[in-house]
Each structure stands twice: as C-alpha cells, then as structure tokens.
Design a protein around this ligand. Structure first.
Ligand code: K2U
Ligand code: ZN
Length: 172
C-alpha cells in the first residue's frame, strides 16, 4: 500500500468530470486501498480519485471515529438516487487546505454504487456520512465545495487563498 499525492486547487484535474470505472481489476482494488490509506493519513473522512490525480469515478469514505471500528466505504460509479432535508455545515477539503466554509447540502441521501466485486449496492446516509457522500460525488463531477459559495464569498475565498498560498510558500 502507498500514500498518494493529494492535488491542490486550482489543479485542472479537480475541475474535470471523471470517467466511469469499467475495469474492476486488481489495479482498481490497489488504487482504492491506496486512497483509503492516504485518506486515513491526511487525516480525512473522504477522498475522491481526482484528488490523487486520477479522473475516475471512485471515492472512499470512512466517518467512523478513532474509538470505533473502521467503516470504510469504497464507492465506484456512485450516484445519489434520492435526497431529503437540508443541512448547512462547515466543510473543508484536502484539496483546498486551510480554508473552511459552510455549504448547503441535503441532510440525508440514498446512494447507489458498485463495490470492488462490481456488485451494485444502495446505502442510506445521514449526518457526516451524508455530507461526505455529497462532497465526494461533487469531486467526481469536477465540483469543489468552494463552487457552492455565493459570488461575494467566492471572491473573499480567492483573496484568502492567495494569502494561504503565500504562507504555504514561505513554509517550504
Ligand atoms: O474530499 C475531501 O477533501 C475530504 C473531505 C471530506 C469531507 C469534507 C466535509 C465534510 C465531510 C467530508 C475532508 O477534508 S475530510 C476532513 C474532515 C474531517 C472531519 C470532518 C470533516 C472533514
Ligand atoms: Zn474535498
């Protein structure tokens, strides 16, 4: 297993609509587990393949807490087939480090996806898992959480992002 490089905004790979997965082979299995290892090491509760530079419809999610047993979800070609309610929680993104903002999402979602054995599965998610599903499926469609901000907040983000970049460059 290996840790993968996480690509940062404004890398073009993060804006592409990812291609459906068609080959359910050993390479896909290895990529999924490398993404999971990278997510846990970040640390994060989700990671989508475009964030590691691979424009394929694959995401991993695990919202279990440290003292719980890991509940890794490997979602291939995921799609939201139903959603209910509203939520507005602060989000971050491993591809947009050090920036956080509130995002309007659905409170619960029903997601259909394929597992590593190409078996179709359906889950119903609430809470942080529901947010993570929406956040990761956005990544597969080339959408970042900052794309949901109002024009005013987007321009504030761009100004702040410039300062974060200068700060990160100084730290190198
Ligand atoms: O996709 C990613 O960049 C990982 C995201 C996933 C995520 C964002 C907001 C809400 C839920 C999931 C995060 O950076 S993972 C970091 C994190 C950790 C705990 C709670 C929320 C976010
Ligand atoms: Zn993200």
């Amino acid at each position: 297993m290996s840790l993968l490089k996480i690509h940062h905004y404004p890398d073009p790979v993060l804006k592409k609509v990812a291609a459906p997965v068609t080959e359910f082979d050993e390479d896909l299995r290895q990529l999924a587990y490398d993404m999971a290892e990278t997510m846990y090491a970040a640390p994060g509760v989700g990671l989508a393949a475009p964030q590691v530079g691979i424009s394929k419809r694959l995401a991993v999610i695990d919202c279990s807490s440290r003292d719980e047993e890991a509940q890794l979800l490997i979602m291939i070609n995921p799609e939201i087939i139903d959603s209910e309610g509203e939520s507005c929680e602060e989000e971050g993104c491993l591809s947009v480090p050090e920036y956080y903002a509130k995002v309007d999402r659905s409170a619960s979602v029903k997601v259909r996806f394929q597992d590593l054995d190409e078996k179709t599965r359906i889950i119903e998610a609430q809470g942080l898992t529901a947010i993570a599903c929406q956040h990761e499926i956005d990544h597969l469609d080339g959408i970042l959480f900052v794309d949901h901000l109002s024009p005013l907040k987007r321009s504030l983000f761009r100004k702040k992002w410039k300062k974060i970049q200068e700060h990160m460059t100084e730290q190198m």
